[in-house]
Design a binder for this molecule. Structure first.
Ligand SMILES: *Cc1c(COP(=O)(O)O)cnc(C)c1O
Length: 439
């Protein structure tokens, strides 16, 4: 070993500033207020380690620590959804509207979620959100909100069918993703499943035959992530409602009223009008709100659910209630806008961005694309869209950039589909593409 090297190394080590000294840098002090001292200290230690290894100069330790700080105290990073899948499960499904984000911010501190400020007495939790939900669903006598769609079903099965039968078609025994199967979920509550019909065809007579004294309800589940076509049959809710037991409909997507672009997608209002006793749905699919489970329907059923002990374990927090109400009463949601965006407008945006980036030397062109609603609903429906087409290597570079963009790979190109990207984010998207070009 060269003795002079060792001496130089020792000298470098001696010049590495101590943790306390680095922590007194004003930028790091401010960061400690924002992110917590432990996070900042850990960035400082990493920076010191890099200096020991000779990767950065000893007097650059503070700068390095600043560059290593996380952006926020939470670990979740905001991303641009350029996948063309409007409700992407891995990206947190529906993005909240500006109104819902503001409502969450306002509800974050102490708030009157369970207090009537006029009387000073305890009030029903989330009463205004529930009133907004009932009003938005038109025909609903009562409403209740739980953590997610699966919880809504579990609560319905537990409160209404424990130890009794739920009659369900073999064509509607759905796996909702990541290995979660609705039949398993329902059986876990102590309810018994009575499967009727076949995978492709189930008639009202099949249900009628299964109904008996042990029947708690008939369950209809919308196959929201697959489609069975061809020789199929399924009775509508009206027919089932005439069989004398409550009909519970899991519509999945949370559409409260029919949507012209999604004629096959069931909505709460239509199902309730047709005779459903209870409708369950997710809040963060086509409704475009926060993650939650909606229960809408007859007073006596919803009342029984909301008073069941399990309801306490599934209740939502004030942030969810605030976001849900703002979603229901506020201006359009990003999901609604993405769904309704005119294809010509998307093409114009793609062409403008492509021209801009092409002029800066990026290998990019505007191409037609096909977007989908996603696991949240409308299986088989494609929505005409437009995308930026970039070399394949962009996919990873954009995903791992400072403002991450998630696109999709198609025929050896990285496509950035604009349908789920709000127009206000076009410049952000262009900047992300530029930053890859420079790397
Ligand atoms: C998505 C979905 C569920 C589950 O809802 P979560 O909010 O994800 O818990 C249940 N049933 C159907 C039909 C669905 O589409």
């Amino acid at each position: 070993m060269d003795p002079t090297d060792t001496a130089a190394e020792t000298d470098v080590r001696r010049r590495i500033p101590r943790t306390d000294a680095v922590m007194s840098d004003p930028r790091l002090l401010r960061a400690a207020g924002r992110l917590g001292a432990a996070r900042v200290k850990s960035a400082v230690r990493q920076a010191q380690q890099r200096a020991r290894e000779g990767a950065v100069a000893p007097d650059a330790v503070a700068d390095t620590a600043v560059s290593l700080l996380p952006r926020s105290a939470g670990g979740l990073r905001p991303v641009i959804n350029a996948t063309g899948v409007l409700l992407h499960t891995n990206l947190g499904r529906a993005p909240l509207s500006a109104a819902a984000r503001r409502a969450v911010q306002e509800a974050a501190g102490p708030t009157d979620v369970e207090l009537d400020l006029r009387t000073g007495l305890r009030a029903r939790r989330g009463r205004s959100a529930l009133a907004a939900l009932r009003a938005a669903a038109g025909a609903a006598e009562a409403a209740h909100v739980v953590n997610n769609g699966a919880a809504a079903l579990v609560l319905a099965a537990t409160a209404l069918a424990a130890g009794r039968d739920i009659v369900v078609s073999r064509g509607e025994m759905v796996e909702i993703g990541d290995g979660f199967r609705l039949p398993d979920l329902l059986v876990s509550t102590g309810a018994r499943l009575r499967e009727v019909g076949t995978t492709n065809r189930t008639t009202a007579a099949d249900y009628a035959e299964a109904v008996g004294p042990g029947t708690a309800f008939l369950l209809k589940v919308h196959p929201s992530n697959f489609r069975i076509t061809g020789f199929t049959a399924a009775p509508d809710v009206g027919e089932l409602a005439s069989l004398g037991v409550p009909v519970v409909v899991d519509i999945g997507s949370g559409l409260l009223a029919p949507h012209p672009l999604l004629p096959e997608e069931p909505d709460a209002r239509t199902q309730l009008t047709a005779g459903a006793a209870l409708v369950t749905a997710s809040g963060d699919k086509l409704l475009g709100g926060p993650q939650c489970g909606l229960l809408l329907g007859r007073e006596e059923l919803v009342g029984a659910l909301s008073r069941h002990p399990l309801a306490r374990a599934l209740r939502v927090d004030k942030l969810t209630l605030a976001a849900l109400e703002a979603t229901l009463t506020g201006p359009g949601t990003p999901t609604g806008e993405a769904l309704d965006a005119a294809p010509e407008g998307l093409t114009r945006r793609a062409e403008r961005l492509a021209a801009l980036l092409d002029a800066e030397g990026v290998d990019v062109r505007a191409v037609p694309s096909e977007a989908t609603v996603g696991g949240g609903g409308a299986p088989g429906v494609t929505l005409p869209s437009a995308a930026l087409s970039l070399p394949e290597r962009y996919a990873e570079a954009l995903r791992t950039g400072t403002d991450p963009v998630v696109g999709r790979l198609e025929s050896g190109r990285c496509l950035l589909d604009l349908r789920a990207v709000p127009p206000a984010d076009d410049e952000r998207l262009a900047d992300a593409v530029r930053s890859v070009g420079r790397r």
